[in-house]
Design a protein around this ligand. Structure first.
Ligand SMILES: Nc1ncnc2c1ncn2[C@@H]1O[C@H](COP(=O)(O)OP(=O)(O)OP(=O)(O)O)[C@@H](O)[C@H]1O
Ligand SMILES: [Mg+2]
Length: 341
């Protein structure tokens, strides 16, 4: 990846003037399992996504990224419960819709590329057939010729020759399977695409191609994208803003330039030190010592306190609130108390 500190984000500035499409407020999600205390997987999460904005959702494995995305799509597994909050899409609270109304929002307004989905394609059905199913289900008035033309157009959009629609998943490379998943997500012209770790299983070259494709699609189609990743290094080029999660809560949320050049939460600072940097000799990568907390057995104060290099007494007793540092920069750390606006 190129040096994120030099990326110029004129796009980010203009995005802040666009209308808000998605407004997630105070969203909290538990996993409730028998014989165990509930796991507080997501707590009091707030963020907005504007038309044409690319948001990076970043944090270590287990911090609740997928849970947050599945929650706002109302696709949580049976143990998952939304315990508080609202998810406004163009002003309508998705959590108040009937299941049928919600099903209409999925695909047509917001579509999701599930984590690991490229490896879960049906092996005995062609790629074209699987993309076509999404079109037929959600745009039922199209005849088969129109569906066929649409499959080819979608494949073309993601850089796959239309005549490969009749091939099976095993005839596609990993990168092509991920492109096919992106095509499927675009099947019904959504305004928002959520991509959960879309590049994680791919090698570095292919990863870069997928990122480039998503950037191009964003521009061409004016898409809004939520890009979920554990690797802060991946999102610099693509994103306008970044939400850093830790242990189910917001650590820091700001424009991409602020996150990379002036991060204020110790966790963001540590994450930046931990991602691969081509200017540093191989082997000098630092990882953050310790492990993320168990969500059913959280520490009493700040969730990052047990691993924080700047921890002090209060951090172990109270949970820090979210401090607003400026218009679009919030962070949850007692060190910032005096700077709150
Ligand atoms: N059914 C469940 N019951 C209890 N806890 C669960 C359940 N599913 C997930 N969790 C817990 O919820 C937390 C958040 O998981 P989630 O998959 O959202 O994390 P993530 O940030 O997407 O991680 P990754 O980067 O590995 O994909 C984890 O600690 C996980 O163990
Ligand atoms: Mg996940």
């Amino acid at each position: 990846m190129s040096d994120p500190s030099v990326s110029s984000h004129t796009h980010a500035a203009s995005v802040n003037d666009r209308p808000v499409l998605l407004d997630v407020r105070n969203l909290s999600i538990d996993y409730v399992n028998k014989d165990a205390s509930p796991a507080q997987a997501v707590r009091e999460l707030d963020f907005t996504l504007r038309a044409g904005e690319v948001l990076g959702l970043v944090g270590e494995s287990g911090c609740g990224k997928s849970t947050l995305m599945l929650g706002l799509m109302r696709l949580l597994p049976p143990a998952g419960r939304i315990v508080d909050g609202a998810v406004y899409f163009q002003g309508r609270d998705l959590l108040a819709l009937s299941e049928a109304e919600m099903e209409d929002v999925r695909w047509k307004n917001i579509s999701i590329i599930f984590q690991g989905a490229m490896n879960a394609l049906n092996p005995v059905r062609t790629i074209g057939d699987q993309i076509g199913e999404a079109i037929r289900l959600h745009m039922p008035r199209q005849d088969s010729a129109a569906v066929d033309a649409r499959i080819r157009r979608l494949l073309d959009l993601v850089g796959i020759a239309g005549n490969r629609k009749d091939q099976y998943p095993h005839q596609y490379s990993g990168g092509m399977r991920q492109r096919a998943m992106i095509a499927m997500a675009l099947a019904c012209d959504p305004q928002i695409v959520i991509a959960d770790e879309p590049t994680t299983a791919l090698d570095v070259m292919i990863q870069a191609q997928i990122l480039e494709l998503m950037g191009n699609l964003q521009k061409e189609l004016g898409l809004s994208i939520i890009f979920v990743t554990h690797d802060l290094g991946v999102v610099a080029e693509l994103c306008d803003s970044v939400l850093v999660m830790y242990g189910g809560v917001t650590a820091e949320y700001a424009d991409v330039d602020t996150i990379y050049n002036a991060p204020r939460h110790p966790y963001t600072q540590e994450l930046l030190r931990a991602f691969p940097d081509i200017t540093r000799p191989a082997g000098k990568l630092t990882s953050i010592p310790g492990y993320p907390p168990r969500l059913d057995d959280l520490p009493p104060g700040c969730r990052f306190a047990p691993r924080c290099p700047q921890v002090f007494g209060r951090c172990r007793q109270e949970m820090p609130p979210i401090y607003r540092l400026d218009d679009k920069h919030v962070a949850s750390c007692f060190l910032l108390e005096g700077e709150s606006v």
